[in-house]
Every structure is written in structure tokens, then in C-alpha cells.
Design a protein around this ligand. Structure first.
Ligand code: ZN
Ligand code: ZN
Length: 426
């Protein structure tokens, strides 16, 4: 559970060269640093601070009736080191976790949350533009090497034709990554390399496409670059979180988007920005805000009609230069609670409040094990080397013998474990 952020700096004053800082927490406790003689040091507390307005992954117990949503990607298809493409992680108080979209670059932020791969197995795709699923390969392979023991599951819409649907995309993803699959299946285990696809009808209107353990996920169509794209609503414990897919304004989001606690919706970069910063020709920069996407003003209109408890605008490169014209565009129409999303922004939803904070996560996070049984390699699978390659092996036994013998002894490995690897056929 989050600690209240209503921390007040109550007093800060200077007395004859001695700085005395005192702050009050909202239960009235005061922590008064001890002032020493003139010119001396001031002690400060060394315990746990009551609030730092930020989220350090793995340090916050979620209340049973609370939802945490983390933006792991909020940007555009063009790669940017500081902002990945669309991905939202929804964590429920009972521990269930759902990824909505997994756009290019987003796994760097997901990985930094240090959540074991076994808990990140359910992915819901709004549509098949790479800025919404370009990092599936990273979750797939990275989670596999990180010890995931089960296949991934991907939900996504059908299209107007078979080759425009999610099933086709995933089947051909598996074909494209066949070399990766075959080689990891030998060295690790084939099971985590599977992907189970759940394709549903993109035309379904507020249809339930997932219904398990108290969670219902619904979809409805959006209008974006062709038939297929959808928006999702996740319902749990009386809460409703909407992850809006790319879309031009449409009537369905007004109809099914009501009563949301959090409504994540695109507010696209302005046409000026698309032309002057993104390099689009004027005609496309204009059309993109009407025909495929939602302008800031349109997003404001949709939020003012659906009135969520809290609105989240995303799908723009969020920087000092760009965010204010978009913000002001939304504010021309909508005056309710609003976040201008960027990567690692997060929200906690309880009955009483919805808070926005930032995730502070490490640049160098390691995989975290979930515990439980690990999968052993399948002994029936062997690396598919021909002697053409293995005959090229250089014998380096002598320089490695010292550490390798010690390592084998320390870890109880049989002395002949390497025999047969890279064996020459002559
Ligand atoms: Zn798109
Ligand atoms: Zn997009």
C-alpha cells in the first residue's frame, strides 16, 4: 500500500547560522533534526522516509483492492532512446498481471521493473503496428532465457482478411524466428518458446474476450489505418481500466468508454509538430490527426464525454517543446484529471484516489527468478551442427582446464560433461 503523499514541509528557518529543518508527516508526527552548537552539523533522519513521490520496483505492497498501472512505452514508431513505443502493464491487487501492447523498445522499461518472467505471460495487442508489438520478440526470447517455464499467450484482433489478423502475425513471427526457436529449444527447453494465440473478432462490440479469475477484458473496434485495431477495457473488482488503441475518434469509445477509473487514450502530436519535428509533409501531418489518430482537441472531447476518474494522454514524444501544445489542446475542451504520459509514469487506483508517480528503476537490472521448478533441457534435442562447422573448432582445452576443472568440481558436474560437444568427425 502506498504511503500518503501529503507530506508537508512545515518549517524551515535559519537561527544564527544554524539551519534547523523540521517536517511534519500527516499523522502529526514531527521529526525535528537536532541542532547543535553554532557552526556545527545538523543531524538528519536515517530511517525510512515517509514519502518520496516515486515508485521503486519491488518495494511497494499492493493493497488487495488496488490497481497499479505502469507505462513502459508511450511514444512513437521511430525509435528514441528516452521514450519507447506503446506498452502498459496492469497489475491487480491479487497479483495478476497483464501487458497491453509491447511496442518497440518497451521491454527495457518492463525488464527494469524486475518482475520474474513467469508473471509476464499475457499480452493483449490493440493492433499490429510495430510501435504496438515490436518488442514481442524481446519478451519472448528474453523471458525464455530468464527462466520462464510456460509459453506466452497473446490476444489480438482478427482482420478483414486472414493475413491481416493476429493469428497470421504470430504464426509468421514463429517462422521468422525459427532459427532462434530451434537453437534455444535445444539448449534451454522448447516449452517457453511457444506462443498460444487467442484471436478474436475485431468487430465485436464490447465483447468479453477474456474472462478468468474475476477479470473480464472487453474489446471494441477502433478506426485506424484499416480494419482490425481495437481498444480494451479491463474490469476487475468493480474497477474499469481502458487501454485505448490507436484510433480516429469513434462513437464506440463514447458508448463503451463510460464509467472508467482510468482511460488511457492517444492524443497525437499536433500537425505542426508532425510537420516540423517529425518531417511529415503537410497533407499527411493534417490527415494524421483526423483520419488515423486523435488530435489533442478530439481527445479532450472524448474525455469530456466519457468522464473517466482520470484520463491519460499518450502516443506523442513527450518533451518540453511538444507537451504543452498537446496539453493546451486537450484543455481547450476537457478540464478533468489528466496525465500527459511518458515512459515510467505510473498510476495507483484505489476507491478513494488515483495517483500519478514516476517509476525509478535501474539501468542495469538482472532477471529475477520466480522460484519454483526450472525446466531441464530436452535430451532428445541436439544442436544441428554439421561437421563442416564443428571441424572448425579450435582446441583451447589447455588454457581453460584450470578454471573449468574447479568449476565442475565446485558445482558437482561430471568430468566428461563437455565430451561430445563440438566433436570433430575425423
Ligand atoms: Zn497504429
Ligand atoms: Zn501507434
Amino acid at each position: 500500500m502506498r504511503i500518503s503523499r501529503n507530506l508537508l514541509w512545515a518549517a524551515a528557518f535559519v537561527v544564527v547560522g544554524i539551519v534547523v529543518g523540521a517536517f511534519l508527516v500527516d499523522d502529526g508526527t514531527s521529526v525535528v533534526p537536532t541542532a547543535t552548537a553554532a557552526g556545527g552539523e545538523v543531524e538528519s533522519p536515517v530511517g525510512v522516509a515517509p514519502d518520496r513521490y516515486v515508485y521503486y520496483p519491488g518495494t511497494e505492497e499492493l493493497d488487495k483492492d488496488e490497481i497499479r498501472i505502469i507505462a513502459a512505452g508511450t511514444g512513437m514508431p521511430g525509435a528514441r532512446r528516452g521514450q519507447a513505443a506503446t506498452c502498459f502493464l496492469v497489475e491487480l491487487g491479487d497479483g495478476q498481471k497483464f501487458l497491453f501492447d509491447i511496442g518497440t523498445g518497451a521491454m527495457r522499461n518492463v525488464q527494469a521493473l524486475m518482475i520474474p518472467a513467469n508473471y509476464l505471460t499475457r499480452v493483449f495487442l490493440t493492433h499490429l503496428h510495430t510501435d504496438h508489438w515490436g518488442d514481442l520478440a524481446t519478451l519472448w526470447a528474453g523471458g525464455w532465457t530468464a527462466g520462464r517455464t510456460v509459453p506466452l499467450e497473446v490476444w489480438g484482433p482478427s482482420g478483414s482478411r486472414e493475413d491481416m489478423g493476429t493469428k497470421y502475425a504470430i504464426e509468421n513471427f514463429m517462422k521468422a524466428f525459427n532459427w532462434d526457436y530451434m537453437t534455444r529449444a535445444v539448449t534451454i527447453n522448447p516449452v517457453p518458446g511457444g506462443i498460444t494465440v487467442h484471436e478474436f473478432d475485431y468487430k465485436g462490440m464490447n465483447q468479453v474476450i477474456y474472462d478468468e479469475k474475476g477479470v473480464k477484458i472487453r474489446s471494441w473496434p477502433t478506426i485506424h489505418a484499416g480494419d482490425g485495431p481495437v481498444s480494451y477495457a479491463l474490469e476487475w473488482n468493480g474497477y474499469k481500466v481502458i487501454i485505448g488503441g490507436d484510433t480516429a475518434p469513434n462513437k464506440w469509445e463514447i458508448e463503451y468508454g463510460k464509467d472508467a477509473d482510468l482511460f488511457v487514450h492517444e492524443a497525437f502530436m499536433t500537425s505542426d509538430q508532425m510537420m516540423n519535428k517529425y518531417g511529415q509533409p503537410a497533407q499527411l501531418a493534417l490527415r494524421i490527426n483526423f483520419t488515423f489518430h486523435t488530435s489533442a482537441q478530439s481527445m479532450g472531447k472524448i474525455m469530456s464525454m466519457t468522464k473517466p476518474r482520470h484520463a491519460v494522454a499518450y502516443h506523442f514524444f513527450n518533451e518540453a517543446d511538444t507537451r504543452y501544445p498537446i496539453y493546451e489542446g486537450i484543455r481547450e475542451i476537457y478540464d478533468g484529471p489528466l496525465s500527459m504520459a511518458t515512459d515510467n509514469m505510473m498510476w495507483n487506483i484505489t476507491r478513494n484516489e488515483i495517483t500519478e508517480r514516476m517509476v525509478i528503476s535501474p539501468d542495469e537490472a538482472w532477471d529475477v527468478e520466480a522460484g519454483g521448478a526450472k525446466l531441464a533441457p530436452d535430451p532428445a534435442r541436439k544442436s544441428e551442427y554439421t561437421s563442416f562447422i564443428t571441424n572448425g573448432t579450435l582446441d583451447v582445452t589447455d588454457v581453460n582446464k584450470g578454471w573449468a576443472d574447479a568449476f565442475m568440481k565446485e558445482n558437482g558436474l561430471p568430468a566428461d560433461i563437455l565430451e561430445g560437444d563440438h566433436k570433430k568427425d575425423n
